[in-house]
Write a new protein. Sequence first.
Length: 357
Amino acid sequence: MTPQLDRRAFLKLAGATAVVAACGGATATASPSPSGSATAAATPKPTGTISVYSALNESTNNELFKAFTSATGVNVQVLPLAAAGDLQTRITAEKNNPQSDIFVGGSSEFHDPLGKQGLLEAYKSPNAANLKAEFKEASGLWTGWYTGIFGFISNNDRLSKELGGKKPSTWDDLLDPAWKGKLVLPDPIKTGGGYIFIATQIFRFNRDEDKAMAFMKSLHANIAQYVATSPGALLLIDQGQFVGCPNWSHDILTEKTKGNPVDLTVPPDTGFEVGAVSIVKGSKNLPAAKAFVDWVLTPEAGALNVKLSNRGSTVAGVAPAPGSPTLDQVKLVAYDRQWATDNKTRIQQKWQQAVGL
């Protein structure tokens, strides 16, 4: 079972957190705890329940956590918020009284700052030993377990009627006045997708931030809405409320399988995410939290996630979803993830100034 917190419990929890913060509890330190170097071999047999803050979609949550419980006997209580930025904010607000054991999903750009603030437990899972260096934080503060490629979703019906069926072949094509009021974009402040889209433009322009912001300002003229979650933006395209949206390729493929009149395009010089899992410092069930990290890095969990979400896996040997673009098949921009992470707040603010939000 994976019970979800209802709105009343959510608000009650948030209120309790605010009271603790206001009372000035002890602050978290930036140094990893001694247990950070422990491996699964030294970890006691996991039991009980873990609280998971998840940026994954509902269908993935349900099946993934069900499989984890079946494999380990550990139960999961999940708070699902599809916007990783909201979960990062929540974990930060709860630093004096952590309410979660695991933060799962969302790009590493939302996990890494928490680690630098001393809010994550360093844990090097033995299952992460063979992952590429770009897929994990060196000390184990977060570990990447899936990948996602940024693409473009279009509503076939409206695209055909209003733009002659012409899909964008480059990101610059979206600046055409013909797209005015027909585009939406995941909110770059709240979502990993929205921010990665901005960072992609910076790297596409060889780190010329002014050129990238000029692009985002011009694009802003064609954007009807900045949507609070990436799945929420996809729904608007599914329903035909708008014509197109830069978004995650794996989620676009999922929408296609539902019979929606949509299609996927992956323009060249695109970015990608490393979806992460991390343990929250102060976890009330550390052995079970470590067991969760170990489990999501198994080939079995990787294959299940591919089946449920069409995402790629960081685990070698896990086959991609049928028809899914892979990192070696698309033209990727030279994406510097650490730079994008370290400069995220500054770039977000610069974008807000550029577009007047």
